[in-house]
Design a protein around this ligand. Structure first.
Ligand code: HEM
Length: 398
């Protein structure tokens, strides 16, 4: 599934490279949207002060809950800046290198001890539980059972992404509401109660201090669930598959220092970004430079930024952009995973956390004697996150 043996075709490059998983570019999109596929133009749009979030059902959400106290992903301008500034301390490199590293190492050991005892596991279950443990600690969802919360969130996101015609959608909305209520009662409300009595160093305590209502805190928790847990879960499975398949890559990963391990992981993510399209609505005309020349995007346009394509733009990625090459020479101003964590004011605050999770967990996993991938996952696309979902990837031990 994720194996891309060398395919020919890209002149001068030793191997060609096809998308690791079906990408959003392969199917659909809004016909009325203006599509941006170059890295430079994508960056200009995402950094512009004249655009607002239009992805992740933002425009639908705004109609129902408005913008005051909206989750950070949906805020813009000064309130957004303030919110990012106030929560930046939860993502500071020192905190990642100490508090989260310790948590990631411990949780990975627990999960893999369980796998050793059972001899078989679903990789996507393990990666979800790890991602939930870490994001829950950042958010402050620590007053309920971690595994039970992972199951609840998994069910909730499965209903949100479902599409089975209008009747199916009505059913999904109702089921989604019930599951959201379950998440609220079992996980979010106890966490809020505990923090009203004794604030801690986490997002929920911060939101309480800012006067957010319980409903607003719930919405932010769901956003972190999708932004931090669901994405990292897929990233870890995707990178694991890549490392299971490539003997040389796996050997290099296991021998590497941390920085090199991160470069390998970021390069895997560049070629298979978990979120493949970002959307924005322009508030004024904005001018961007594209490969075909200057382009003026009129006010009120919906802009779809094709992350898959931007990540393979040789102007930013360097030569042979379809090749997996952790040593690639690219511009110093471009991150190794290019646009995979976004850009501009909404750039993912959890990027370093996610990379540490993958690096530590996969290092422990691949060192298990006799470890093998028993079943390739089923791949589907999530229409809301515009990302791939890898399910039922089974690992076993000889
Ligand atoms: C591989 C894993 C991850 C990927 C691929 C990813 C990707 C992204 C992207 C592309 C955005 C920008 C969305 C946009 O501009 O419209 C974003 C935003 C965000 N991410 Fe991540 N993310 C990951 C992990 C995490 C983690 C671990 C956390 C926290 C625990 C997190 C929290 C957030 C939040 C709160 C935002 C909204 C930021 C804002 O709007 O200012 N993400 N993420």
């Amino acid at each position: 599934m994720l194996s891309e043996p060398a395919v020919s075709g890209h002149s001068g490059c030793p191997h060609g490279f096809q998308p690791a998983v079906p990408n959003r570019a392969a199917g659909g999109g809004d016909a009325a949207a203006i599509r941006i596929d170059g890295f430079g133009a994508a960056r200009e749009v995402l950094r512009s002060g004249d655009v607002r979030q239009a992805g992740f059902n933002a425009e639908l959400l705004e109609r129902f809950v408005g913008r005051a106290h909206a989750p950070v992903l949906y805020q813009e301008g000064e309130p957004h800046q303030k919110q990012r500034g106030a929560t930046a301390r939860f993502f500071a490199p020192r905190v990642v290198a100490t508090r989260y590293r310790e948590l990631i190492e411990r949780t990975s050991r627990e999960l893999l001890d369980r796998f050793r005892a059972d001899g078989r596991a679903r990789l996507d279950d393990l990666s979800l539980e790890l991602a939930v443990a870490v994001a829950a600690d950042i958010v402050g969802l620590t007053n309920s059972s971690r595994s039970a919360m992972a199951v609840r969130l998994n069910r909730f996101f499965a209903t949100s992404a479902g599409s089975a015609g209008w009747l199916g959608n009505v059913g999904n909305v109702v089921l989604g509401q019930i599951r959201m209520l379950g998440f609220y009662l079992a996980d979010v409300r106890p966490a809020i109660r505990a923090r009203r009595n004794a604030p801690r160093e986490d997002v929920i305590s911060h939101l309480i201090s800012e006067g957010y209502s319980n409903r607003e805190i719930l919405t932010e928790c769901v956003t972190y669930g999708a932004a931090g847990m669901a994405t990292t879960r897929e990233f870890i499975v995707m990178a694991a598959l890549r490392l299971f398949e490539g003997d040389d890559l796996r050997a290099r990963f296991l021998a590497a220092n941390e920085q090199d391990r991160m470069s390998i992981l970021e390069e895997c993510l560049r070629l298979a970004p978990v979120i493949s399209v970002l959307k924005r609505r322009t508030e004024r005309d904005i001018a961007v430079e594209t490969a075909a020349g200057p382009l003026v995007i009129p006010a009120q346009s919906l802009v779809e930024i094709d992350i898959d394509a931007a990540n393979r733009d040789s102007a930013a990625a360097g030569a042979c952009p379809h090749e997996l090459d952790p040593d690639r020479a690219r511009s110093a101003k471009v991150p190794a995973s290019l646009m995979s964590f976004g850009d501009g004011p909404h750039r993912c605050p959890g990027a370093s956390v996610a990379l540490h999770e993958a690096a530590i967990f996969l290092d422990q996993l691949l060192r298990i004697e006799g470890i093998r991938l028993e079943r390739q996952p089923t791949v589907t696309m999530n229409p809301i996150s515009t990302g791939y979902e890898l399910r039922n990837a089974v690992i076993a031990m000889d």
